[in-house]
Design a protein around this ligand. Structure first.
Ligand SMILES: [Zn+2]
Ligand SMILES: [Zn+2]
Length: 389
């Protein structure tokens, strides 16, 4: 089959590789009809996630048709149309039983690597390094889905791929980010980063009762989408210091909740940003946490900090003093996708949201190298790419 393979920093290729096979009774094979490139794929593309190997198949946002199931899968059959959560979960462990699906204890066969770095291992993820399981991803013609009886989610008739594809990651991720803000009516929520997750966080914050959402980015198309589709007020951080503007916009108090939908590769021109770039380039720092620093300083006293943006390792110069003295509450982590599939599908069916609004490009899988380039550099007004195998 054809698959998008990682060959090093800024080097992805469409290779011909062996078709996936059923390895365990709870596996299924899915013929992929749509797959997307995610902002977190760029951390792999840029070479910042350790334990990638040449030839690894990328992709964790995919859906399609079931073509084979293992003997242990009874609730899914060949021909079912399904979406696949990016987190792999067993459905039976301490964490799965507590709805903490992205913390599953049984889905990362390489848990020991993650344990060395983090003490404990999160769930395995599709197409996201050997430290997180070494699973082949879904930017391909076919994929093997482990724990398919728990992981595959059947899609009812009448919905397009484009409407449901983002249930795999970015819609639940944006929604959980908003939920983590513990929004009360009248709240003002500030969202750093108007990429796909930021856009879904904006929509979700309103759905959950926010009165105002203020979005921060520097790319005009993204800010425009946040205003027109999301209904957010916006700040271009290249024009003004977002912290200062937010103070003015909130009567000096600051937003009730802040969302860092940027993560480890923030762009910044200030002294701290240069410091991060240099340290990250020589591998003394794993992440460039500009957005995280800003959200902690901007958040109102006693406010909620929600972090859907991906962080990988050790962060420098985090204003912990601000967080502590202002009594901030942090919530973060990989998304518990399984928990959100049904309620968010209902929002789509009720017409409360149509996730296809985010798509700017649809390209054949063969054009993946070009797609990564335009997505990374936000060329051609690119916000979200869907690849069609
Ligand atoms: Zn993703
Ligand atoms: Zn589990």
């Amino acid at each position: 089959m054809k698959a998008v393979c990682w060959h090093g920093a800024n080097d992805v290729r469409v290779d011909t590789v062996p078709d996936p096979k059923i390895l365990n009774p709870r596996d299924a094979i899915v013929k992929i009809t749509s797959t997307a490139i995610c902002g977190s794929d760029l951390h792999l593309y840029d070479g910042f996630i350790p334990t990638m190997e040449k030839g690894d198949i990328l992709g964790h946002e995919f859906m399609g048709e079931v073509v084979e199931v293992g003997s242990g899968v009874n609730n899914i059959k060949v021909g079912d149309r399904v979406v696949v959560p990016f987190t792999i979960s067993c459905g039976n462990c301490f964490f799965c039983n507590r709805d903490l699906w992205s913390l599953c204890d049984n889905s990362n066969p390489n848990a020991w690597i993650a344990e060395k770095l983090m003490g404990h291992s999160p769930a395995g993820l599709f197409g996201y390094s050997h430290m997180l399981g070494g699973y082949a991803g879904g930017q391909a013609e076919y994929a093997r889905v482990p724990f398919a009886d728990v992981g595959l989610f059947k899609i009812p008739d009448g919905l397009t791929d484009e409407q449901v594809l983002f249930l795999t990651d970015i819609f639940p991720t944006g929604y959980m980010a908003a939920e983590n803000c513990r929004i009360q009516s009248g709240d003002i929520v500030a969202v750093w980063g108007c990429g796909p997750v930021g856009q879904f966080a904006i929509k979700s914050a309103f759905i959950l009762g926010a009165e105002r959402v203020i979005a921060i980015d520097r790319i005009p198309e993204r800010l425009r989408l946040a205003e027109t589709y999301g209904g957010a007020e916006t700040i271009n951080y290249e024009d003004a210091d977002p912290g200062e503007v937010l103070k003015e916009m909130t009567g000096g108090r600051g937003p009730d909740a802040v969302i860092d939908a940027v993560g480890m590769e923030a762009h910044s021109m200030d002294a701290m940003g240069v410091y991060d770039k240099v340290k990250q380039a020589v591998r003394l720092e794993t992440d460039r946490p500009t957005a995280l620093r800003q959200v902690l300083v901007a958040c109102r006293k006693g406010g909620n900090v929600s972090i859907p943006g991906v962080y990988g390792g050790f962060l420098d110069k985090i204003p912990m003093g601000a967080a502590f003295n202002k009594g901030l509450t942090f919530r973060m982590g990989q998304t518990h996708v399984h928990k959100y599939l049904r309620p968010l599908l209902e929002l789509i069916q009720e017409g409360k949201i149509d996730p296809s609004f985010i798509i700017t490009h649809k390209l054949p899988l063969e054009q993946a190298p070009h797609a990564y380039e335009i997505f990374k550099h936000k060329k051609d007004n690119c916000i979200k790419v869907v690849l069609k195998p």
